[in-house]
Design a protein around this ligand. Structure first.
Ligand code: SF4
Length: 231
């Protein structure tokens, strides 16, 4: 039997990032992550406070929400793909009660775990991590492997890149190579710290233009939920 999942919180709110900004989602925030980004706002709490669910228990809990009002269910974290064995049992249980989309928010480093559950996912919001903004080691090779798996399936996928004023040209070059190779829509998300966007507007435009030179399918979208004051 699959171990129980550890979940930090389950709540409905407005998606505040990326091209689906503004839609209503049910967020399932899973515990734990294989990375340790400097700007992470869940890492510190996720190992201490969590609820445990079997797949059946989570299905019953989810069905207490008004599922018809939702655009999608967001699997978020932490890193939800750490729970791929659990998700492989849980997601098929939803097929009768939830007709919307399954939206996966991932750090895009766990390709084998993605492949286990990708048939149950509709939209993939895939991070490309920049060492200059996240403080973690270069993970472009892992992202490459991840996108290779994702592109074997007919799934909607876009890449989200959190950046600040320290972004390097070599990082932009790595992102553009991945975007071209895997035909990815790119979302540039200026880093927000304590409610303030950290790169100034000149830097944001400079970075935006560097991406646009070779990848027109690029957008700048800040985290809107923080301005709205919602989770
Ligand atoms: S990948 Fe996401 S959850 Fe994991 S440490 Fe980075 S910001 Fe936090």
């Amino acid at each position: 039997m699959t171990e129980k999942s550890r979940i930090i919180e389950i709540f409905t709110s407005i998606q505040g990032e990326g091209p689906y900004i503004g839609v209503k989602q049910l967020f399932i925030r899973f515990c734990g992550c294989n990375l340790k980004c400097d700007y992470c706002d869940t890492q510190n709490i996720s190992n201490e406070f969590y609820l445990e669910f079997t797949p059946e228990e989570l299905k019953k809990h989810i069905e207490e929400f008004n599922l018809k009002s939702l655009h999608s269910i967001s699997l978020t974290g932490g890193e939800p793909l750490l729970w791929s064995d659990f998700l492989l049992e849980f997601l098929p249980l939803l097929k009768d009660s939830f007709k919307g989309k399954i939206y996966l928010e991932t750090n895009s480093t766990l390709k084998n775990n993605l492949e286990k559950i990708i048939n149950y996912v509709n939209i993939i919001s895939a991070d490309i991590k920049l060492p200059s903004a996240s403080g973690i080691e270069n993970s472009f090779a892992e992202h490459d492997e991840f996108f290779k798996v994702a592109r074997k399936y007919d799934k909607e996928i876009f890449a989200k890149i959190v950046f600040d004023e320290n972004i390097l040209d070599i990082e932009i070059s790595h992102c553009l190579k991945l975007a071209t190779k895997y035909n990815l829509a790119l979302i540039l998300q200026p880093k927000t710290i304590d409610g303030n966007i950290s790169p100034d507007k000149e830097k944001i435009l400079e970075v935006f233009n560097k991406f646009l030179i070779s990848h027109p399918d690029t957008r700048v979208i800040p985290q809107v939920h923080k301005f709205l004051g919602v989770r």
